[in-house]
Design a protein around this ligand. Sequence first.
Ligand code: SF4
Ligand code: SF4
Length: 279
Amino acid sequence: MIVAIASGKGGTGKTTVAVSLAISSSPITLIDADVEEPNANILLRANKPTSKQARLPFPIVNMNKCDFCEECSNFCAYNAIVVLEGLRVFAVKEICKSCGGCALVCPKDAIHEQPRTIGHIRKGERGGVKLIEGELNIAETTTTRLIGMLLDYEEKNGDVIIDCPPGAAHPTVESLRYADYVIMVTEPTPLGFHDLKETLMITKKLNKKVGVIINRSDLGNIDSLKKFLNSKKIPVLLEIPFSEDICLHYSRGISPSEYSPQWRETFRKLWNYIKKSQN
Ligand code: SF4
Ligand code: SF4
């Protein structure tokens, strides 16, 4: 079973839920797909993650073959390859999506591809939780491609939890691709409510089963949130009231399931509930 943990916005406690659920449901694989800011391992503390470079092909132009015909730049939907007539033809790495199209359409066979490092994929393990995390290099725009590599990297033959990027943009859509079930983590504030609704539009479009965890459930208008979820027939899986205890442990890099047997049991029951709902 693959369970994705998503949130409409950052700071809702999505990663705390993902790590707590993973610890309570081990043996399991936890994929940190929040590649622009991976932080699940701050709470998991997996031992010495191994690392490999994440690479994508990048077009290089052989100017001895090029006749400046502009086929490549006309083809590129991202305007990522520039033809300076009589001078140079080059791809811009900050824009190029490594689709390989320009090399295919070049009539002079003047473009070949070289691997370019866009970030890293790390693996580690702690207490039966296998961690796979991706980290995008600074100023890279190939977020979705790295998430795709992460998800394809895992054999997906056991239970998997995906800690998705926050928001309702393309990286989140990519992270939800394989999910059997999506847990949305939100809070009962106007902003939380607004962003939840946006992300639920994506899960509906992708036809995913969804349940909601309401974090800091006592710090807003939970009634209107519950009324909305009820009208959409989306179950509230768990309510987590604001807790100084959770905050204090979080600030030390310790998740609820690690410091509290009660929370571990709560998340274990939640995992079993989701698993049963798949049958
Ligand atoms: S398509 Fe090939 S030959 Fe034409 S401008 Fe691009 S690199 Fe040069
Ligand atoms: S690889 Fe694709 S995105 Fe990059 S320059 Fe070529 S056509 Fe454009």
